[in-house]
Design a protein around this ligand. Sequence first.
Ligand SMILES: [Zn+2]
Length: 311
Amino acid sequence: MSESLCRLCNGEATPQHSHILPAFVFRWMRESSAGGYLRLGMTPNRRVQDGLKRYWLCANCEELFSRAETDFANKVFYPYSNGSSSRIIYGNWLLRFCVSVSWRVLQFYKEEASLNSLGPDAASRVTEAEATWKAFLLGQRPHPGSFRQHLLPFDAIESITSGQALSPNLNRYLMRTTDFDILGSESASFVYSKLGRFVILGFIRQDRPNHWQGSRVHLRTGQIEPRKYTINRGLFDYINARARLVAELQSGISPRQAQKSDEARSANVEKYVGSDEFLAMLNDLRMFGDAAFTRDDLPEEGGSKESKTSS
Ligand SMILES: [Zn+2]
């Protein structure tokens, strides 16, 4: 495919600089943190103001995506993340939104990364999933068939029954981290996209749909509400490991970058204390005590960082 064709409709109009994960998520991350900069999970040494972008979509397709994004941002993402709405009824825009995110992440892996984790016979399923999502997004088919979407809303954990050691970064990961990946197991493979408190799963293969009940996004309408979860065990183990990995990367941050984060927080103590970033940290402190601190948060020699966490 030529570089200059729109990835979705194949049109020749010059592609725009499009976000892989939607822009509003990064806006929210900036607004709800102390420093106004982002350190994305896998590249903590870079302070950025926005997420990954590629010249992929023509203006028409951008517009197609942005309508569903606006609905999701205003009716689901912001009310839920601000705690101002606990039960949300959605319309047919939710499935469009989820498919658009899964399609973009799958496109990214196809073009720039590897799909090897899905096993040798996955190529045809991936091709079929991508073609199906594309046709659905372009209005050429009524639903995405077996390439279903699931949406899981998370929040601070009140209590948890888990047989394993939890990452002391778990609440911050569940509440705020933005992340994406492609995952495969013996009975399922899917695109994993994390947008603040929401995880979208776009299934490429799902041999046992009854193992994934309760979170499926329906074609026309349904409701989203916080609830006691029985989350798929494999997925929970993955999320916990991912939270740990992000914390390890953060604690390996260079001293210069750690100082920058620190300065941003101390210059904005009042904003930090009222922020969602702070709330997520408090929840990790509540559950894990001092283990929640990474090097980025710990007082350095001379105690210069103490004021930020205690004030
Ligand atoms: Zn297009």
